[in-house]
Design a protein around this ligand. Structure first.
Ligand code: HEM
Length: 421
C-alpha cells in the first residue's frame, strides 16, 4: 500500500526522521496534515444542508465556543483579517477570488468582506441548527455561493481562464509602493515547504487530472485561517485569559461550521476537538505551509491583500495592509525587519496600536469587552438601516451595505436575554 500512495510514503519517511519519543505528537500532526492533503482531489458536496447535527456534536462545547467568540469579538475579528491576508498566498484560494471579480477593488472588497464578517458574526451570535434562524439561513446562503462559484470555476470551458488569472484581472493597480522585495528579503532564509511535491498545482502540465477548486483541502486550509492563530496565540488577540475549555469550545464550533459547509469529518481541520493535537497541527501547518508560502508571495497576492485592508479601512479607520501584515509577522515569529523598516509612519503607528491594545492592554479585565462592543458598533453602522444609531453624526458614518441587516441579529439577541420571557 505504502508503495502506491504518495501520502503514506511521505508519512513513512517523516516518521523515520522523527524517531525520538519527544516528537511523538509532532508525528501525529504530520500524519494528520498528510491526510488533509489527500482532500485535494475530493470535491465538497454542497447539495443538501444537513438537517441534524453530527453524532459528535456537543451543545455545551458549541455554546462555550460561541460565548468565547462573542466576548473576544474584537481580537477574533482581527485574527480572521490577518489570517485571511496570509491565506491569499495560496494560488488555489486566490485564483477563484480573482476570477469571481468580487474583491479586487476597494469598494468591491469592502462589500465582499463586510458580507463575510456579517455572516460569520451571525454564526457566532445565532443558532445555526435552528430552521429559519438568520444564522442557519446564512449558512445556506454561503453554501449556495460556494456551490455557484465552484460550478462556474470548475467548468471545463472556464478552467483555462481561472488557471491563468493574473494581475491583468485584478483591475487598476494600487499606487502604493510594493512591499514584496522587503518580504522576500525577510523570508529568504526560511526553509521551503516540505510538502511541495504533494501540493497539487492549479495549472501544472504534469498532473493527469485538472485541479479541483473548492476541494476538501482548500476548505480545511480556510478553517485554519479561522482558528489557527487564535488557538496558538490567544494572548495576542485579546484572549489573554482564554481557558483550555474555551479554546476547545472554539475548535468544536469551527468543526461544526466546517461540517455544515460540506467538509467531510476525515478532512475537518478541527477533528476530534483535541486541543493539544489541534495546537500541534496548527503549529506544524503554520511553520511548514504558511510561512514558506510567503517566500513566493506574488504581485496578485499583494494586490488582493491590499484590497482587503483598504476595504476594511472604510469601517476600521487606520488599518492598512502593512500594519496588519507586520502584526501577523510579529505574532507568528516571521522575520519582518525589512518590512517594518519600510513602513510609513502612520502604518507603523497602527502596527504599534495593535500590539499595545491586543497584546498588552487586554491584560486589563474588561478591555477586550470594550473593544468588542466598539467593533460590533462599527460593523453595525455599515450593516444596519440608515436610522440605526441616529444620534451618531452622519458625517462619521461609514458607507452602508444593504441586504445584510437580516443577519445582524446581535441586538435582538440582547433584547431576548433581557426580556423576562
Ligand atoms: C471554512 C471555510 C470557508 C468559510 C467559513 C467561508 C466563508 C464564506 C462567506 C461567509 C462567504 C460570503 C461572503 C459574502 O457575503 O460576500 C463566502 C463566499 C465565497 N467564498 Fe468562502 N468560505 C470558506 C472557504 C472558501 C474556499 C476554500 C474558497 C475558494 C477556494 C472560497 C471562496 C468563496 C467565494 C468565491 C465566495 C463568493 C464571493 C466571492 O466571489 O468572493 N471560500 N465564503
Amino acid at each position: 500500500m505504502a508503495d502506491q500512495c504518495p501520502y503514506l510514503e511521505k508519512l513513512a519517511s517523516l516518521n523515520s526522521e522523527n524517531q525520538n519519543g519527544s516528537s511523538a505528537n509532532k508525528t501525529v500532526a504530520e500524519g494528520r496534515l498528510l491526510q488533509l492533503l489527500e482532500g485535494q482531489t475530493v470535491p465538497v458536496q454542497m447539495d443538501n444542508l444537513p438537517t441534524v447535527p453530527p453524532s459528535w456534536y456537543n451543545p455545551m462545547k458549541f455554546q462555550q465556543g460561541q460565548n468565547f467568540a462573542r466576548r473576544h469579538f474584537a481580537g477574533i475579528s482581527l485574527a480572521h483579517f490577518v489570517s485571511l491576508i496570509t491565506m491569499l498566498t495560496s494560488p488555489q484560494i486566490l485564483k477563484p477570488l480573482i476570477f469571481t471579480q468580487k474583491s479586487e477593488t476597494v469598494l468591491k472588497s469592502f462589500k465582499r468582506y463586510i458580507g463575510t464578517v456579517v455572516h460569520v458574526t451571525s454564526w457566532y451570535f445565532g443558532d445555526v441548527w435552528q430552521k429559519d434562524d438568520p444564522a442557519r439561513r446564512s449558512i445556506q446562503i454561503v453554501r449556495n455561493m460556494h456551490d455557484h462559484a465552484s460550478r462556474q470555476i470548475n467548468h471545463p470551458d472556464r478552467r483555462p481562464q481561472v488557471d491563468n488569472t493574473a494581475m491583468a484581472e485584478c483591475g487598476q493597480p494600487f499606487d502604493d509602493p510594493s512591499m514584496l522585495p522587503c518580504l522576500q528579503m525577510d523570508t529568504q532564509k526560511l526553509a521551503g515547504c516540505p510538502y511541495v511535491e504533494l501540493r497539487r498545482q492549479v495549472n501544472s502540465k504534469n498532473q493527469e487530472d485538472p485541479y479541483v477548486y473548492f476541494n476538501q483541502f482548500d476548505m480545511a486550509d480556510s478553517q485554519f485561517a479561522f482558528v489557527g492563530v487564535i488557538v496558538l496565540f490567544p494572548h495576542k488577540f485579546g484572549a489573554t485569559y482564554a481557558s483550555d475549555d474555551e479554546l476547545r469550545g472554539f475548535i468544536h464550533f469551527w468543526r461544526c461550521i466546517g461540517y455544515l459547509l460540506g467538509i467531510e469529518d476525515r478532512f475537518n481541520f478541527c477533528d476530534d476537538d483535541n486541543l493539544d493535537l489541534t495546537r500541534d497541527l496548527c503549529r506544524h501547518y503554520l511553520d511548514k505551509m504558511i510561512k514558506p508560502a510567503l517566500k513566493d508571495a506574488s504581485a496578485e497576492f499583494e494586490h488582493m491583500a491590499r484590497a482587503v485592508a483598504k476595504g476594511a479601512s472604510l469601517y476600521y479607520p487606520g488599518v492598512s495592509f502593512e500594519s496588519l501584515f507586520a502584526y501577523y509577522a510579529n505574532v507568528v515569529g516571521l522575520p519582518n525587519t525589512n518590512f517594518v523598516k519600510h513602513m510609513e509612519i502612520f502604518q507603523w503607528f497602527y502596527f504599534w496600536y495593535l500590539r499595545v491594545v491586543f497584546s498588552v492592554l487586554c491584560w486589563i479585565p474588561g478591555v477586550i469587552r470594550l473593544f468588542s462592543a466598539m467593533t460590533l458598533f462599527a460593523i453595525g453602522l455599515v450593516v444596519a438601516r440608515s436610522d440605526t444609531a441616529s444620534w451618531w453624526p452622519k458625517s462619521w458614518k461609514p458607507l452602508q451595505v444593504g441586504g445584510l441587516d437580516v443577519f445582524w441579529n446581535i441586538k435582538s439577541k440582547a433584547k431576548e436575554k433581557k426580556s423576562p420571557q
